[in-house]
Ligand binder design. Structure first.
Ligand SMILES: [Fe+2]
Length: 164
């Protein structure tokens, strides 16, 4: 497929993001199931709900542009999720698994932060202010979740894994 306009590039980025969120909604269920620290489990469940909302925002925008929301499979996300699963099977102890789980989740979050940052900027340059706002909302949620994971890792999960 050829992309010949800035607007079509924007739409293609959103189609990728819609698949990223679909993959992540599945993955977060699995991660929450594998987590032991109650605060980490809660954070993952909470972000799973945000992920569903974020995907709905993307579907709303794609619908406005008459674009197919399942046109793309995001291979980078697929690889990140595969690596996450592999890592989890290698970590047998609960505290260690939680620490590895956060490491994997943060790689995914940083990928999403990059993607939403770009998508929101593209929307702004296209003067699509409502869409820019929606994408910015999702961007802020990703950043908050990432910060929460950093806090959990530093204050609770990693010290426990080190001490075990
Ligand atoms: Fe997300």
């Amino acid at each position: 497929m050829e992309i010949n306009s800035f607007k079509d590039m924007f739409v293609a980025e959103l189609q990728e993001l819609a698949d990223v969120e679909a993959q992540l909604a599945d993955a977060l269920l699995r991660l929450a199931g594998a987590a032991s620290h109650p605060a980490l489990k809660r954070a993952l469940v909470h972000h799973r709900a945000e992920t569903v909302t974020q995907r709905e925002r993307l579907l709303t925008i794609l619908d406005k542009h008459g674009a197919n929301p399942t046109a793309h499979i995001d291979q980078a996300m697929r690889a990140l999720v595969t690596e996450t699963k592999k890592m989890l099977t290698m970590l047998k102890a609960d505290d260690l698994r939680d620490a590895g789980l956060i490491a994997s989740a943060q790689k995914i979050e940083h990928y999403e932060i990059a993607a939403y940052g770009t998508a929101a900027a593209l929307a702004g340059q296209l003067d699509l202010r409502d869409e820019q706002k929606m994408l910015h909302l999702s961007l802020e949620e990703e950043k908050r979740f990432d910060l929460l994971l950093t806090r959990l890792a530093k204050n609770e999960v990693n010290p426990d894994a080190l001490a075990a």
